[in-house]
Write a new protein. Structure first.
Length: 366
């Protein structure tokens, strides 16, 4: 090669229209320097790594990054990682999801796999230009016959039982009470530091979350969404609980001496070490065993929201307090028919159909 440029010609078609179309397709397959994109050389694994580095790690929250990495390493890459990106077909991806469903994975898990596949192949089209069209556009989550347990709302008797089971001195004491009296998420509660809680003003400033990364607690800079950053008020019941809890922490610090782990977290173990969501797993087991499969720590949040609505709080106020992006989310997720509402409905039904019940006949107007 002597550096002399050589003219390369390709047949573009038999007509001017065909030639223009061929030219556009050729340009799409070259980069801005005129080099052909060797798309056949990149595998699903190589592209996923590139996408994770360029986009995911720079734009998404740490817990989402960990979730994507786990999904890739455990599910997607073992099955699809070695395949050339441009050879992956829609039916192949659909069969992948079907196989996961048939292997016993829940609808929620398979749905997360589908979301991740859509994102990966969408990025391969734009901005990377490795594909002209995503094979994941029409992916469908296969039908599951599983019945999701109803979201459990604790009754007053349930709450009394829980409070009695986990009194002051138990590490679950304060997380449970903060959740019940404020409706905060578990990650928000575990990330709380004392400087964010004002007993005097009865306010909590929520600005971060705590999640587990392979057993190591990580405090994120921001909660679930922008609307999750908020200030909420709390009543005298939680004031009393916090004062008892702080006194318990002070007592433990004296007893443990130099072995006490000093930090500013509200939720700590007896030795001062901050709690993680792994610590709360036993509470979820306790809830399932005593109240049914739908009960969990998150049920305290459901219960808080439902109690506020039952006692006349406006939906918008409850939505803002919970940190939801919009009122529709609050309405759709949290307000289920409670026993109190069922009792009221029975009374309405009895009054409405009283005459028909007495006569045994229903009068029909023609």
């Amino acid at each position: 090669m002597d550096g002399t440029p050589k003219r390369v010609e390709r047949i573009g078609g038999n007509t001017k229209t065909e030639a223009k179309k061929a030219c556009i397709n050729f340009i799409k397959k070259t980069d801005r320097f005129g080099r052909m994109k060797l798309k056949e050389n990149i595998t699903v694994k190589q592209f996923s790594t590139l996408w994770m580095t360029d986009y995911v790690e720079n734009n998404l929250k740490p817990n989402t990054i960990d979730s994507y990495n786990m999904m890739l390493e455990k599910h997607i890459l073992p099955d699809l990682g070695s395949k050339q990106l441009y050879k992956v077909t829609s039916i192949e991806l659909q069969r992948f999801l079907n196989n996961k469903k048939n292997a016993g994975y829940s609808k929620s898990t398979v749905s997360h796999m589908a979301v991740l596949l859509r994102e990966i192949f969408k990025a391969a089209v734009h901005p990377y230009d490795y594909l002209d069209k995503s094979p994941a556009i029409y992916l469908r989550v296969p039908k599951h016959d599983e019945i999701s347990p109803e979201k459990y709302i604790f009754s007053e008797a349930d709450i009394e039982e829980i409070f009695e089971r986990f009194p002051i001195g138990h590490q679950f004491y304060i997380p449970i009470r903060v959740a019940y009296y404020t409706g905060m998420r578990l990650g928000e509660i575990l990330a709380l530091t004392k400087d964010k809680v004002s007993i005097e003003d009865q306010r909590i400033y929520i600005s971060s979350i705590l999640y587990d990364k392979k057993g190591i607690p990580i405090v994120g800079n921001t909660p679930k969404s922008k609307t999750s950053v908020r200030t909420i008020v709390f009543g005298e019941a939680l004031v009393a609980c916090l004062k008892k809890h702080y006194a318990w922490q002070a007592k433990n610090k004296l007893q443990y001496g130099e072995y006490y782990i000093n930090n500013d977290f509200v939720c700590t173990r007896e030795d001062g070490k901050n709690m993680t969501s792994n610590d709360m797993r036993y509470f979820n087991m306790y809830c399932r065993e005593n109240f049914g499969s739908g009960a969990s720590f998150h049920s305290l949040r459901y219960t808080h929201a439902t109690r506020l609505r039952e006692n006349g709080c406006e939906l918008e106020f409850v939505s803002n307090r919970l940190g939801h992006a919009n009122v529709e989310i609050t309405s759709a997720i949290y307000f289920h028919v409670t026993q109190k509402e069922n009792t009221a409905m029975l009374s309405i039904l009895d009054d409405t159909f009283k005459s028909e019940r007495k006569s045994g006949k229903m009068k029909i107007n023609r």
